[in-house]
Design a protein around this ligand. Structure first.
Ligand code: NOJ
Length: 670
């Protein structure tokens, strides 16, 4: 019997042979990225369309199938003939209203391969783009007599990997809301269907992230490994089994692969944003970034309740206390959860009882928002839907108008329930359409959205920059109550390379009090300096300081959070090993100051950091928040040393990170 490895080699060789034979039949087309390194080849072998991707001499994706199975039995992708090929070039630089960097180069070569299937009587276009940092491909089905409304039962897109690459993956269906611990295995041992982005380290020492962009009226893509190392598309189904209800003219989301030589290059890629449509909001001047605190951690630590009662968190008095603290420490928002009626029910089952315009009697929202206005602090609104989207959509306009009238311009939404409306998955076409409707409606009312329990982001923030941030990963809250003890120390060194590639993360950093009186075995497994560094390593345009005001008062480390920006001119990754450590620097958009965040997993580490990223010929006061000599997540997380020194770009800075530790630095330009 052949071993699994022999079988895999045989499959790869057969695919390559087939590839080279069919090339000679003339139905082979290709494009290369502007720098000539990334190459996409499309091939028609006996009517079956394949694509392949290489970077220089390295095979990234071996010949892989494309196509669809429709409910009426027709298969798109088989018995096809190439009828036309069009190639174009594109080059622009666009400016983000907010983000990890201001200017984004969008430069690619595009190839549209037109195909006709005589059997299925369908004409389609396959659109391929080659960028210096990866590729995109999408399906385009124009209007035509033989196909109008249609139902996709399966998308046949494959990614036949060149080797048994190492994959960081999370289960697509077994967990909820993408809130899972990341697994690291070779692709052939991924024993489950996985969600995107799927990040890979290849045998050829490249780093790949397979994801999708511009998911608007379609089901989210998941992947599973078939025949060893071929990844196959698995679209999240409707409860009735169909995947997508569509109509011509139709375009699919982009299927994309970031191709990087170093892990840090995954983080600085703009491929996902470039594959989305330009901004549809004419005047974006109302869209802001900010730091916020919240009546929130107190609920997760069981100090407060969401519902009204003796421990109610969202009271007028308590909210005003939070507003005072925010005003004193430069936070522009206070999130208040549990302010509206509906929480008194079992809201994870009865989300349809939530009323989004009816505050609890002990929450005087007019008084609170007027008080906030005086102090220059806005309420960050909260719409927990309990997954009841029908109830929410019925109230959507009224709910946003209510907040708008009160000057609330940022709303955190939530969808806690394994299925939306008891039936459909968050990542199904049903969910995708709902999330899109919320963003578009919010934009009408000049409201920004921070989306919890979302469908995984796919870069829609370019088109709707009021989609600020979101969850879709195990956030800090797991360190309050998770029965498995909380997030492992390495968690924050992984998620920027997985979920973080999809878009800003509302991880809610900033724990200063590491005691957990309610669940003593559940812990934050980092040091305080690591918590500070997260403000740089994790990007969010609305960034929370999650802990209680009383835990911040008097602690000099708060100063770092008070000053750290949330909107950047540029971002550089200095050192990174996925799952081990990450050192990121970012330059403020509104000054010449730089910030650095360095984090490690459960192991202590030392780095000599070259400061050449700083602007040349300038001097900086470096204010360094580092793990103290006795720091370590297990025994002494709060030991922090704060030092100052004058530095310039020709110097080095030594970092000593404790177990679960970190360092945060503000480089103040002098
Ligand atoms: C889960 C969210 O992640 C959390 O932030 C929120 O407090 C609760 N749902 C209640 O909405």
């Amino acid at each position: 019997m052949k071993s699994r490895k022999q079988l895999m080699i045989a499959t790869v060789l057969a695919a390559m042979l087939l590839w080279s034979c069919s090339n000679s039949k003339g139905q082979s087309q290709g494009i290369s990225s502007p720098d000539g390194k990334v190459k996409i080849t499309v091939n028609n072998h006996d009517g079956q369309i394949f694509y392949a991707v290489d970077k220089e001499e390295t095979k990234i994706v071996l010949p892989s199938k494309l196509g669809f199975v429709l409910k009426d039995g027709r298969v798109i992708g088989k018995k096809m003939k190439i009828t036309n090929v069009k190639k174009t070039s594109f080059n622009e630089t666009w400016e983000q209203p907010w983000g990890e960097k201001r200017l984004i180069e969008n430069r690619y070569e595009e190839m549209t391969v037109s195909l006709k299937s005589n059997a299925a009587k369908i004409a389609i276009n396959l659109i391929f783009r080659a960028y210096n940092d990866g590729i995109g491909l999408r399906y385009d089905i124009p209007s035509q007599a033989s196909i109008d409304s249609f139902i996709i039962m399966d998308e046949l897109t494959e990614f036949a990997l060149a080797g048994d690459e190492n994959a960081w993956w999370t289960t697509a269906y077994k967990g909820v809301y993408y809130e899972n611990i990341t697994q690291l295995t070779p692709v052939s041992q991924m024993n489950d269907t996985v969600s995107l982005p799927l990040t890979l380290e290849t045998q050829s020492n490249k780093f790949l992230a397979i994801h999708e962009a511009n998911l608007t009226n379609y089901a989210a893509m998941n992947l599973y490994a078939s025949h060893g190392t071929t990844l196959k598309c698995d679209l999240t189904p409707w409860s009735t089994g169909e995947k997508v209800f569509a109509k011509t003219p139709f375009v699919s989301p982009w299927r994309m692969i970031i191709i990087a030589d170093r892990p840090g290059d995954l983080l600085t890629s703009s491929l996902e944003l470039n594959l989305n449509d330009p901004c549809k909001i004419d005047d974006t001047s109302w869209i802001e970034t900010g730091r916020y605190i919240g009546i929130w951690w107190g609920m997760h630590m069981e100090k407060y309740t969401w519902h009204m009662g003796p421990k109610h968190g969202a009271t007028t008095e308590n909210t005003m206390r939070y507003i005072d603290f925010a005003a004193q420490h430069g936070f522009s928002g206070v999130l208040v959860e549990g302010w509206n009626t509906g929480w008194e029910n079992d809201w994870t089952k009865e989300g349809d009882k939530f009323n989004f315009t009816q505050p609890y009697p002990d929450f005087d929202i007019e008084k609170i928002t007027a008080y906030g206005k005086q102090k220059g602090v806005k309420l960050v609104g909260h719409h927990e839907t309990g997954g009841a989207t029908i109830n929410y959509e019925k109230q959507l306009d009224d709910a946003f108008a209510f907040y708008q009238k009160l000057g609330v311009n940022c709303v955190k939404t939530g969808y806690v329930s394994p299925l939306l409306d008891g039936k459909e998955r968050h990542s199904s076409q049903y969910g995708v359409l709902h999330f899109r409707k919320v963003i578009e409606t919010a934009a009408k009312y000049h409201i920004m959205i921070v989306n919890h329990e979302p469908v995984i982001p796919t870069g829609l923030r370019r088109t709707y920059p009021n989609l600020m941030s979101g969850e879709g990963m195990r956030g800090q809250e797991y360190n309050a109550w998770s029965a498995d003890g909380g997030n492992p120390s390495e968690h924050t060194t992984i998620i920027p390379f997985t979920r973080g590639l999809a878009g800003p993360m509302d991880y809610t950093p900033g724990v200063f009090n590491f005691e957990n009186p309610v669940k003593p075995n559940t812990k934050v497994k980092t040091t305080l300096a690591h918590q500070l560094a997260l403000y740089v390593t994790i990007y969010a345009p609305w960034q929370m300081a999650c802990d209680l005001p009383e835990n911040y008062t008097g602690n000099p480390s708060l100063h770092f959070i008070e000053q750290v920006p949330v909107n950047w001119e540029q971002t550089k990754v200095l050192e990174a090993k996925i799952g081990d450590f990450l050192i990121t620097t970012r330059k403020d958009r509104d000054s010449d100051n730089w910030y650095m965040g360095a984090i490690t997993d459960e192991n202590s580490r030392t780095f000599d950091i070259d400061l050449s990223f700083l602007d040349k010929d300038k001097k900086y006061r470096a204010i360094i928040y580092r793990d103290g000599p006795n720091a370590g997540w297990k025994t002494n997380p709060t030991d922090v040393n704060i030092e100052e020194k004058i530095v310039s770009s020709d110097q080095k800075l030594q970092l000593q990170l404790a177990e679960g530790g970190g360092t945060a630095v503000r480089f103040e330009c002098l």
